[in-house]
Design a protein around this ligand. Structure first.
Ligand code: URP
Ligand code: ZN
Ligand code: ZN
Length: 460
């Protein structure tokens, strides 16, 4: 395949160049390439971005009495439509069971189904002597080099500090990194109980039961636990200034903490919970959507390089699923859709409206997650020898986001009616034209599982 006349953007360079792809890999990047090709694409007026990497998704996740509504087929296909070629999904250990069984379950959900490429973080919900033994196998055999802990969802997913310390030690021994959902589960439970006792049942009590201090406390604590043993740490879906300031604080002792935020925390504010007719339930996710000043703090955090990754935490539930919590906000399944819209929203809101450089855009949506999670240079950049995962992005097209037109299996869109500038015109996955002007040319089973390399300590 020869892509002519586009502007190639990587995390460090922006150059007008042609790209010649042979098989699954980028073969040559240069000006005025004249190779013979079976397929020829004119990308005049378009950017060539590395395929997006969404470092945090939940496809087909059994959660809060139901399952997230996208599976690996619909969810990765929706991602491809929006220019995300690889997801890192979360494979869960069941408490009392093994990591291997958890992983087998997630392979069962994804193999032969995923359309786009995928990797897994392993969620450790029960760290014990047997789990300890399994970490090495996860890293060495399956290329799973990141391990997630939940400091909230008490009684379901939450682990205590002792387990976290044990996990930190074992994971580092084998070259991995621990990632964390940082909310204090006991504080959450207390506030939820108080609200329920007072008869506060509406969705707006969800954020009131998880105020910023809940997230800030857990962020500071996990940073301290990591510091004590000098372990690498990645905090998922950070939402607020107070938590960010805990990371700023620990940077004074020269500690590096990787921080991810998600599109919704940059673009939405907590007035969304006031939407009438149970509409606030659409935004019930944990941690919750915060105030405008928190959005601004996160944007500053990106500018400073503290927030390195923008993911989605894509975890969709349809409105009939959300209605399980119509009489009790704490029963609303937590999560929202987003995998399809991340690239266009970030281009429109960050690059066009806020003047972010194209290179920084590429970094936060693709290169940084690839670097932190051991996929660079195979994924996350456009380079000779890399997988030819390329988005041909037309900056002049406009689109209106809507559940009527999106491909995610969810009956609402978090950004319904938002007009965004820029659209993914074509998506190429490992050298194959996957999406052409809104038309899918590949189907289930095309997606490959990606084994990842160990965490590069030199980053610290
Ligand atoms: O509300 C959320 N975020 N749901 C998905 C699970 C998680 O906490 O990441
Ligand atoms: Zn989480
Ligand atoms: Zn999540």
């Amino acid at each position: 395949m020869l892509i002519k006349n586009g502007t190639v953007v990587t995390a460090s360079e922006t150059v007008k160049a042609d790209v010649y792809i042979e098989g699954e890999k980028v073969h040559t990047i240069g000006t005025d390439l004249q190779m013979k090709a079976d397929q020829w694409i004119d990308a005049k007026g378009c950017y060539l971005f590395p395929g997006g990497i969404d470092a945090h998704t939940h496809m087909d996740l059994p959660f809060m009495g139901t399952s997230s509504s996208d599976d690996f087929e619909t969810g990765t296909l929706a991602g491809l439509h929006g220019g995300t070629t690889t997801i890192i999904d979360l494979a869960f250990q069941k408490q009392g069971d093994t990591l291997q069984n958890g992983l087998n379950t997630w392979f069962g959900k994804s193999e032969g189904k995923a359309v786009g490429d995928y990797a897994f973080h392993m969620v450790v919900t029960d760290f014990n002597d047997q789990t300890r033994e399994e970490i090495k196998t996860m890293v060495e055999k399956f290329g799973i080099t990141s391990f997630k802990t939940f400091m909230a969802y008490k009684g379901a997913l939450m682990v205590d500090d002792r387990q976290i310390i044990g996990l930190f030690n074992e994971v580092e021994k084998h070259g991995g990194i621990v990632t964390t959902h940082a909310e204090n589960g006991d504080m959450v439970d207390t506030l939820v109980s108080e609200n329920r006792r007072k008869g506060n049942t509406a969705p707006k009590y969800h954020p009131l039961s998880r105020p910023p201090i809940v997230e800030a406390e857990a962020t500071g604590r996990i940073a301290d636990l990591a510091w004590e043993g000098k372990h690498p740490l990645y905090i998922v879906h950070m939402t607020c200034e107070d938590a960010l300031n805990r990371v700023r604080d620990v940077s004074k002792r020269n500690q590096k903490v990787h921080v991810e935020t998600c599109v919704q925390y940059l673009l939405l504010d907590d007035t969304c919970y006031e939407e009438p007719d149970f509409g606030g339930a659409k935004y019930v996710m944990s941690p919750p959507i915060r105030k405008k000043k928190d959005q601004e703090a996160l944007w500053k955090g990106i500018e400073q390089g503290i927030v390195e990754v923008v993911a989605t935490d894509h975890c969709p539930f349809c409105m009939d699923q959300k209605r399980a919590g119509e009489k009790d906000f704490s029963k609303i399944p937590n999560g929202a859709p987003g995998v399809e819209d991340r690239m266009a929203l970030m281009y429109s809101e960050a690059v066009v409206k806020r003047g972010m450089s194209l290179n920084k855009f590429v970094d936060i949506t693709a290169t940084a997650p690839a670097r932190i999670f051991g996929m660079l240079p195979k994924k996350g950049t456009i380079a000779v020898g890399a997988d030819a995962d390329i988005v041909i992005f037309d900056p002049n097209r406009e689109q209106t986001l809507s559940a009527k037109t999106h491909h995610m299996r969810c009956d609402y869109n978090t950004y319904e009616g938002w007009k965004v500038k820029g659209k993914c015109r074509q998506t190429i996955l490992r050298g194959t034209l996957a999406i052409d002007d809104g038309k899918a040319l590949i189907g289930k089973g095309f997606g490959k599982y990606i084994k990842r390399a160990k965490y590069a300590q030199t980053l610290n």
